[in-house]
Design a protein around this ligand. Structure first.
Ligand code: C5P
Length: 208
């Protein structure tokens, strides 16, 4: 059985950065599942497709669209992500990646909203990464400014809260920690401290 690490949590909690660092450190393959939902949402909009059709017709090229990481990409993702048939279309691919990670990886790290609850309920390690709304919005705001994009903090906070609210309250695969997930609150942690804390949790669980 490959080692599977599931990392879930709300928007802008630092899951992606953490997941990438863990994957590189432990020789694991990394899958950003949010990017898949973003690609489906943006493809549906761009090509005027019904969201389930967009999920069925998704190509590797769609995952490279330049606008996926934008706020519009996040909102489009969260809308299609609430449709059960869209989620069902994407499930197999994610599971296959986790169970048969591309060589030479010895396992996989997946980040998203439902990895520990739905995609990989048997994952050896489950982390739920969270932080206060203000800390998350502040980090996202800073990141946008550093990328040279315009950003208004109050607007980032409002859009992030709206997206989390939709993700938490949807009927299928809502954002919720798995009962056996370790919750890591990074409000007062630097990225390095969060990484160290995650490595400690992983070491504790794998040697238990
Ligand atoms: O993680 P990211 O912000 O890129 O995710 C974008 C959106 O995709 C989320 O707000 C959520 O609605 C959806 N998503 C999901 N399940 C996942 C990953 C992302 O519903 N496993």
């Amino acid at each position: 059985m490959p080692l599977i690490i599931a990392i879930d949590g709300p928007a802008a909690a630092g899951k992606g950065t953490l997941a990438r660092r863990i994957a590189a450190h432990l020789n694991l393959a990394y899958l950003d599942t949010g990017l898949i939902y973003r690609a489906v949402g943006m493809k549906a909009q761009r090509e005027g497709l019904e969201p389930v059709k967009a999920a069925q017709m998704l190509t590797p090229g769609d995952l490279k669209a330049p606008d996926l990481r934008s706020e519009a990409g996040g909102q489009a993702a969260s809308k299609v992500a609430s449709i059960p048939a869209v989620r069902a279309e994407l499930l197999e691919f994610q599971r296959r990646f986790a169970e048969h990670p591309p060589t030479p990886a010895v396992g996989a790290v997946l980040d998203g909203r439902d990895i520990g609850t739905v995609v990989c309920p048997n994952a050896g390690i489950k982390l739920f990464i969270t932080a206060s709304d203000e800390a998350r919005a502040g980090r996202r705001h800073k990141e946008l400014l550093e990328r040279g994009e315009s950003s208004i903090y109050a607007r980032v906070l409002e859009e992030m809260q709206a997206r989390d609210e939709r993700d938490r309250n949807r009927s299928v695969a809502p954002l919720v920690p798995a009962p056996d997930a370790v919750v890591l609150d990074t409000t007062l942690l630097t990225a390095d401290a969060a990484f160290e804390a995650a490595l400690r949790i992983i070491a504790d669980r794998t040697h238990a």
